[in-house]
Design a binder for this molecule. Structure first.
Ligand SMILES: *Cc1c(COP(=O)(O)O)cnc(C)c1O
Length: 390
């Protein structure tokens, strides 16, 4: 039984989350969703186990809604009707694992190529699957170095190639161009190939960018993974993976126990998140998503300009929502939850970020620098302690 103390702890957690959400600029999650109409569904033990497109004996679930989400996203990714299949995952990582799993089933002796700016989960996924891999250099902006890729493929042209493309790298939101990657594969006549797009970050808005990044099925992807809690927004992590149907057919097994096909990775699957994504998609529609992308982009431009005007060496990849700047102090990193790696920090202008938050962050950075300048003459140790970078 819950004690008074337990109840107070829940209240304290609620208050802390409310406050932490207010200053949350460093990770790519949207917060502007309203899920009250879906709260009543939390009464049911929903589970979409098995293949969403094949009925299961387990009927407490949201399979039909999940299929609509998959079809909507496949359309955004310019898949031809009937060409692809997909499901709602636990997040981008599961979708990446799924893409690599399909690739391994098709090309068991394949070598995975990915750039050094890949998401940290990729190496682990490759390890799970026991695949051979080669890391390719990145350009300074975070995009794969096509020359290094070409040189490496030239030496390995006798082996099937599995290309893992970053469509929005974690630190700088650089996008590998899969049309350029295909051209390189063509150049060395590597026919046994598989291209996976890790569009965890950008998949939700890349379809609305002009020029459109080369990352989807029309561009030649075999599978694409997108996170649902990033651009779309969800109270719990989720994602969508879409793959070419002919690849998936090679791994499908019929399972009598669930009365469905085992085409996904986990057994039980979340029945609530497909509903969340469906709701978001219905609420926003294609035009709403397009407007969301445009206003976020506008604000990202503002953030970059505002920082530069304050003397901060900020920069952005073309059409990116991620603004990169020199590593901030530990105090600012904690206060604004800014992801920091080596000498860089970043801010990701997801659709819910406001101009006021950006102004407040920049004011903070400027104020701290001023404080340091005056502290400089009095106490050096104070400075190094505060900035955390000395
Ligand atoms: C966020 C992200 C991932 C991981 O996705 P999750 O939804 O957190 O599992 C993988 N790759 C890239 C490029 C990402 O931005």
């Amino acid at each position: 039984m819950l004690t008074e103390h337990d109840i107070r702890r829940l209240d304290a957690l609620y208050a802390a989350l409310e406050q932490a959400t207010e200053r949350f600029l460093g990770y790519p999650v949207s917060k502007d969703f309203e899920m009250a109409p879906l709260e009543r569904f939390l009464r049911f033990p929903m589970n979409n186990l098995g293949d969403p497109f094949v009925e299961s004996t387990f009927a407490v679930g949201t399979r039909g809604f999940e299929c609509e989400v998959v079809d909507f996203v496949a359309d955004l990714l310019r898949a031809r009707a009937g060409e692809t299949w997909g499901y709602v995952t636990n997040g981008g990582t599961e979708g990446n694992l799924y893409g690599l799993y399909l690739a391994r089933e098709l090309l068991p002796n394949g070598v995975v190529y990915f750039s050094e700016d890949m998401h940290y989960s990729v190496v682990k996924n490759i390890h799970f699957l026991g695949l051979r891999s080669i890391m390719i250099r990145s350009q300074p902006n975070g995009e794969i170095d096509y020359e290094d890729l070409a040189e490496t493929l030239r030496i390995n042209r006798d082996k099937p190639a599995i290309l893992f493309a970053n469509v929005g790298t974690t630190m700088t939101e650089a996008r590998d161009d899969i049309v350029k990657i295909r051209d390189i594969l063509d150049q060395f006549a590597i026919r046994d190939r598989y291209i996976h797009s890790d569009a965890a970050l950008c998949g939700g808005f890349a379809p609305f960018l002009e020029p459109r990044p080369a990352f989807d099925f029309a561009d030649g992807a075999d599978s694409v993974s997108i996170s649902g809690h990033k651009f779309f927004g969800s109270p719990m992590p989720c994602g969508i993976v879409i793959a070419r149907k002919r690849h998936v057919e090679r791994i499908a097994r019929s399972i009598g126990y669930i009365g469905s096909l085992d085409t996904t990775i986990t057994g039980s699957r979340n029945g609530f998140t497909p509903l969340v994504l469906w709701y978001r998609i219905k609420e926003l529609g294609v035009e709403g998503l397009r407007r969301r992308a445009a206003s976020a982009l506008e604000l990202a431009t503002y953030a970059e300009e505002r920082m530069k005007a304050a003397g901060i060496a900020a920069w952005r990849n073309p059409q990116a929502l991620t603004v990169v700047f020199p590593k901030v102090s530990d105090a600012i990193k904690a206060r604004w939850q800014l992801a920091t790696q080596e000498q860089q920090s970043h801010l990701i202008v997801m659709p819910n970020v406001t101009r006021a938050q950006i102004d407040a962050l920049v004011d903070d950075m400027v104020a701290e620098r001023r404080e340091h300048c005056s502290a400089d003459s009095t106490s050096i140790s104070h400075l190094s302690e505060k900035s955390g970078q000395a």
